[in-house]
Design a binder for this molecule. Structure first.
Ligand SMILES: NC(=O)c1ccc[n+]([C@@H]2O[C@H](COP(=O)([O-])OP(=O)(O)OC[C@H]3O[C@@H](n4cnc5c(N)ncnc54)[C@H](OP(=O)(O)O)[C@@H]3O)[C@@H](O)[C@H]2O)c1
Length: 240
């Protein structure tokens, strides 16, 4: 299967960090022109590295109606679109009114809706789209109600868009625990213990690395027969 994306334009919304950043690197290695985004392109610590790699960094915030104006203007044609952005809140359900949960739904499900909707006119006929969900969609824990609902919604959205935007292919990557800045809010010791405990609980005996996700995204973006799929990349978390 060829992964030569020379001449293609790829957009990664959420490419300044974590799995999105690894996707940017994989797309560059495949020869694609890459545009990625930040809510604060001037202040982003990734800006210099991205620029040095030849990546265009554009301001975008998926949660606001005009937050995608600069990106829409910057990319008249999109061959590959990846949405890895997320703004999520974990909180016990009994202390979590719907009005507070709306931020998580906006940060992910409606944010992705907004981004695909705004960029749909730019998608080329052979375009492909990958949306990120998360293992809480099928393996919820205490405090994950909003995250579970948003991620399950993303998976449904992906199936729906695979039908409605055809022949554009739309797929969802469902990661388990990956070593990224998502866990930076934890103290280092607590985080290392969490990683170690999670790894030992998984059939594969390890947590995910951003490059694992990038490899899976490239598969979903380039395989011409895959659409409407949710690819579980969770080390078996949903089984144990
Ligand atoms: N890491 C995990 O263990 C894990 C597990 C399950 C699912 N996931 C999912 O996998 C995806 C990637 O996670 P990650 O851990 O790699 O992410 P991350 O390192 O936390 O990076 C998040 C990225 O999203 C961007 N972003 C955040 N809010 C945004 C908004 N409103 N509009 C546009 N961009 C926004 C950030 O860019 P700026 O700050 O520069 O704007 C950043 O590039 C997410 O959807 C997450 O829910 C992750």
């Amino acid at each position: 299967m060829t992964r030569d994306l020379t001449g293609r334009t790829s957009v990664v919304i959420g490419g300044t960090s974590g799995m999105g950043r690894a996707v940017v690197d994989a797309l560059l290695a495949a020869g694609s022109t890459v545009v990625t985004t930040s809510r604060d392109p001037e202040g982003s610590s990734a800006a210099a590295d991205l620029k040095a790699a030849g990546v265009r960094l554009v301001r975008a915030d998926v949660t606001t109606p005009d937050g995608l104006d600069e990106l829409v203007e910057a990319v008249p044609t999109v061959d590959h679109l990846v949405l890895s952005a997320a703004g999520l809140t974990y909180r016990p359900f009994r202390d979590f009114p719907a009005s507070d949960a709306a931020g998580t739904v906006d940060g992910k499900l409606l944010g992705y809706w907004n981004a695909v909707h705004r960029l749909a006119p730019a998608l080329s006929e052979h375009a492909s789209v990958v949306l990120f969900s998360g293992v809480a969609s099928v393996r919820p824990g205490p405090g994950t109600a909003a995250v579970t609902a948003a991620n399950a919604g993303v998976e449904g959205l992906g199936r729906s868009l695979a039908v409605e935007l055809a022949p554009v292919r739309v797929n969802v990557l469902n990661p388990g625990v990956f070593e990224t800045a998502s866990w930076a809010h934890m103290e280092e010791k607590e985080r290392e213990e969490f990683y170690a405990e999670t790894a030992s609980s998984l059939p594969v005996g390890r947590i995910g690395q951003p490059e694992d996700a990038a490899d899976a995204v490239l598969f979903l973006l380039t395989n011409p027969q895959v659409t409407g799929t949710v690819l579980d990349l969770d080390g078996g978390a949903r089984l144990v």
